[in-house]
Ligand binder design. Sequence first.
Ligand code: DC
Length: 403
Amino acid sequence: MSAPFSAPFIITIDGPAGVGKSTLARRLAEALGVAYLDTGAMFRTLALHMAQRLGGAHFLEALPQGPALQSLLEECLFALQGAGAQTTLLCNGEPVGDAIRSEEAGMMASRIAKNPQVRDFLKQAQQGLGLRFSLVAEGRDMGTVVFPGALCKIFLDAVPEVRAERRFKQLQELGEAAALESLIRQIRERDHEDRNRPIAPLRPAVDAHIIDSSHHSIDQVFEAIMEAARQTGRDAPPSCPMRRKDRALSHEESQVLLERGKYGVLALAEAGPEAWPYGLPLSYVLMDGAVYFHSALEGRKVRVLAENPRVCFTVVGDAEAFYERNFTTSYESVMLFGHAVLVEDAEEKYRALFRLAEKYLPEHRDKAEGDIRQSLARTAVYRIFPEAVTGKAKRRKKGAKAL
Ligand code: DC
């Protein structure tokens, strides 16, 4: 299938251990011709690196903290090479090796994955890769925390017995001894650790396609995932080629304008024959590549967005009328299309509100924390991940007279 997507995009596949995520994510990346990001491999690599540097697995009993932990983490610089099934995850320029695949590395990864500093470090590394590449990103919290604005989110599940049996067969094929009972126990333990940790627990995003693979072949599950991806393609924003291509801004210039812009206008489309278009002025902030805005918990905007989350958001930068042989204007503006999604993650919601306060009243940022905590429960925050962006500018030539 040729990729139906024009701008860089992210598809997330989350789910518990042994559900077939890696095989399916790799296959999907291959079909779409984009890179495959195995985030479990990043946790495993960090765990092995720490064990090596700290003299064995007993470091788990007392993980270093603060700056000591940070400098250990920063010793690992991740990158991606290639695409599809050939994608390679690099750590410090070297492909991560097979040693990360052992059960012990998996268990250590699961333990360090509960540490907020470790998670934060990897989240930033993962988001950094997501800004540069279209990705199929596989893990536990890809759709909920790391790429909440992903174009398409899949959550794969299967009962522990089925997952253990699959793992058992894999190990047999590799000629490794294993007992089915102990694999079931290990999988239950890992599930318990991953689903019950306080930060970024394993759970489906509200807008995820949940696929239970217990009683389906890998091909059937792959077909279901492809269908979800295709639907996303159909729901892609309209393409509206710019007539004056000479005035088009580059992606980077559009980003700068979005970042610098003060206010924007959000256009919503109500459904039904009586519907009117609805455009409203907004304060907003750009964070991790997405536009965030806040709102009351109810009202017209909330009602319309619940029915139809497709939006168009416009920001106008500098604009001026002037005379140059005739009446004309200079302007710069950026327009993006996407789905406005209610932010459910408390930390993300808090961060967006804090960034809004910082953007509009930097001199009062010290009061932001208290004010936000007080109003958090009666405030909604929405995120629009740009699925298509166009920027346009007409610059003023020197010597023209302002009106
Ligand atoms: O998918 P995996 O088995 O390679 O992942 C190893 C461990 O890393 C897993 O038990 C939980 C953790 N992990 C995580 O917490 N978040 C991710 N996005 C990926 C993995």
